[in-house]
Design a protein around this ligand. Sequence first.
Ligand SMILES: [Zn+2]
Length: 483
Amino acid sequence: MERSIEPRASSSEKLQKCSHGNDASPVDRISNLPEPIICHILSFLPTKFAVGTSILSKSWQFLWAKVNTLDFNDELLLNSDEEEDEDDEFAGGGDGDGENKNFEEFVNSVFIRHKSVTLEKFRLRWRRGGCHAGYINTWFRDAIARNVKVIDLNVDYPDSAYVTQDIGFVYHLPGTLFTCKTLEFLSLEGPFLFKIPAMVCLPKLAVLQLIKVSYEIGSDESFCNFISSCLVLDSLSITRSSGDNLIVCAISSRSLRFLQLHFYSAFLSHWSETERLTIDAPALEHLIWRDEVSRIFSLQGLSSLSKVQLGLHALKCYSDCYNLVVKQVEAVNCAKSLELTRWTSIALACATTSVSTRFENLTELCITCRCCGWSFLNDLMDCAKKLEVLRITIGSSCKRKHKRCWRKPTDVLECLLHSLVQVSFTGFEGLKHELELIRYILKHGSVMKRVNLDIEAASRDSLLQEKISMFPRISHSCRIKFS
Ligand SMILES: [Zn+2]
C-alpha cells in the first residue's frame, strides 16, 4: 500500500530539531531554509518520501507539491516495511491484492495535488503489474503541459482489466510528445506504441532511449524522420523486440555521438526477411551494435567513429550468415578501437570469407573468444597495420577437440614490425596454439613492450611461466607479466 511515511521519532527529531552545542533550545535549521532550497533538496527524493514530509509540521504540509520532480517507483511500495497509516489521505486500505491499485491511485493523487508550474523530471518505474492505459496518457499530457525536461518511464503491460479491442495491450503516446520544446531526455521501456506524426519538433532532445517499444504498422519512413528531426540528439539507444512493426530501422543524424543498438530475439521467425538497418551519422564516436536480425545493412558517413563494440550473431549456422558478419565487421573499418564478443568471433571463425578491408585507424583490438577458433585473428591483424594493443579474453572452453586454431602466418604481420606494443591475454591455459601465438609475438614484435598473461588457475605452474620466459624475444625492452 502506498502512503505517506511516518518518520520514526528519532529521525523526525533529527530532521526537525538540531541542537546547538550545549544550548538546550532546539533549532530547526532545515525548516528555516528558504522554501526554494527545501524544494530543491526534496527534488532528489523519490516522490513517496517527499510527500511523506507533509506530516512534519504545518509549514511542510504542502511543500512537496512545489517540488519540480516526480519520481515514482513501485518497488518502494512493495518493499515498504513501515506500519500502515490509516489517516493517509493518498491511499486506501492495505490488502496485498490492492497494492497495485493503490499505487495507481497514489500517482494519480499526486498529479492532481501537485502545484509546480514546471516539471524538471517525470520518472515512473512500474514493473509489477500494469495500470490503466488512460492514466499513463493523462500523466504524460500533464507532464508535457508543464514543460517537462526529463521523461523516464519503465512500465509493465496494461492491466488486462483495462484492455479493450481499440487499445490493445499497449500505451498510446500523446501527439504532443513529438512537439515538446523543453524535452531533453526521453526514455521509454515497455509496451508503448509510437504513432509518429509528420511534424516532429524536439529542439532540445539530447538523449533518446527506446527499449522494447513498438511502432504503428508502416512507420519506417516516419521513424527515420523522427530521428533526423531531433537536431541536437547526442545519445540514442534502441532495443528492439520482435513484432515491433519496424522493418527498416534508418538512423540518420548529424549530431549523434553515441549509438547503442540491441536487436535480439528468441523468436527469430517473428522477424521479417527484409529487416534492414541503415546508419548515417558523421559525428558518431561510439557505436555498440548487437544484432542478429538485420539481414541488410548500410553504414555510411562514420568518419568520426572511435570506439566500436560488436555483438553480431549469425542468424543460422549457414556460411551465408557467417559471411554476413564478416561484412558487418568490415563496415566499421574506420574504428580506432574495436571490441568483438564471443559470438562475433565464432561467426568470423566459421565464415568461408575473411575480413579483408583495411582498418587504417585501428590501434586497439579486443576479442572475446573460445579456447580455439582464432583462425580469423591473422586476417584481422593483417588489416590493422597500426595496431598497438591486442587484448584476448577466453570466454569459454570447448570440451571437444580444438578446431580452427591459430596458425603461424607465412609472412610476418606488419603491425608486429612497427606498432604492436602490448598484448594482454586473459584466461590463458597454456594450450599449444596459445603458446605458439605468444612465442610468435615475442619473436617478431620489434617494438613490443609488454605481454600480460592472466593464467587460468588450473594451469598455473612455475614450469609454464619459466617456459614462456625463455621464449626468444626480439624486443629487449619487452616485459612479461604473469598473473
Ligand atoms: Zn577449443
